[in-house]
Design a protein around this ligand. Sequence first.
Ligand SMILES: Nc1ncnc2c1ncn2[C@@H]1O[C@H](COP(=O)(O)OP(=O)(O)OP(=O)(O)O)[C@@H](O)[C@H]1O
Length: 337
Amino acid sequence: MTERTEQAALPAENSRQADSAGGSDRLMVEIRGLTKRFGNFQALKSIDLTIRRGTVFGFIGPNGAGKSTTMAILATLLAPDDGIVRVDGIDVTEDPKEVRRRIGYMPDFFGVYDQFRTTEYLHFYGASCGIPRAEREALIPQLLELVNLSDKKDAYVDTLSRGMKQRLCLARCLVHDPDLLILDEPASGLDPRARIEMREIMKELKAMGKTIIISSHILPELAEMVDEIGVIEQGRMIAQGSVAEIQHRLQAGRILELRLAGGAEEAVVLLEGEPHVGRVMRDGQLVRFQFAGGDEEQAELLVRLVERGVRPIAFSEAQTNLEDVFLEMTKGIGVKT
Ligand SMILES: Nc1ncnc2c1ncn2[C@@H]1O[C@H](COP(=O)(O)OP(=O)(O)OP(=O)(O)O)[C@@H](O)[C@H]1O
């Protein structure tokens, strides 16, 4: 864990600069050659990472891979040693104040002031962001509703469950309506129900047009809510892309599934003689095989199989989940689940 103060991530004021270039193709996060050292230890080794506006980005990697360090640099809490880090086109070292206006950062530890009631807590943060009381009066009930805490508006923070405290921290991150949310393990330590709730909130935030970076070890949870993933391992980015793209890259092609009306053994023999086909596996009348060709080759393959008497009931791409991909990529490295 990196040492830092979460307070420092709060924006100095609420005033939002006029949205610059506009358009969803604009990069919300641009990281090039990012390097970070702690003494002699190199925690980040020339990381490249880009995230387009409106993307929900899952940042995954085993313990100590460098996720929190990268996120703390994006949140302007740690200084990079080398490389370029921009949020919405603004360099984190050149203009950290302007970056802070655009981000909401939720660290992987959360300090909440237990003596506050939830509403007071949000007023406190809202005030420190420079939001006038009248605006806060209208905003805070909306935020509490968004994070499903309306019924806890008068509760003392120390009476909230862990999941509720997480959601309150999330509401706090949203007080100044940031464009980019940086959420370090928002689902960690939550029970399954609380995780589902967190996932639903992420969906709402995405619908509101926020760009979100979520780090997690809870991979199936991430798979359902992210558009893209980046895998980091020992301070290096080892992959970035959509879940499907990364699966393809990892498997050097796709896994196809052929469900047959009969004749699976003959189909296996035919497939083994086909170009682009790798390992072929059979389970009854279900045949699965690795396929390194593109869509066109896949269509031609099906035509040839049918011409040679194969009778498919279904022909589709097999679903593999994000957890399989991640474990495959980080084989041999301690993975916290
Ligand atoms: N302040 C620090 N001083 C020295 N080493 C640090 C410091 N902060 C982080 N590190 C080291 O840098 C590496 C990356 O840590 P980081 O917290 O970014 O990993 P992580 O991927 O977030 O892991 P986790 O999932 O366990 O939080 C680790 O080896 C960690 O021990």
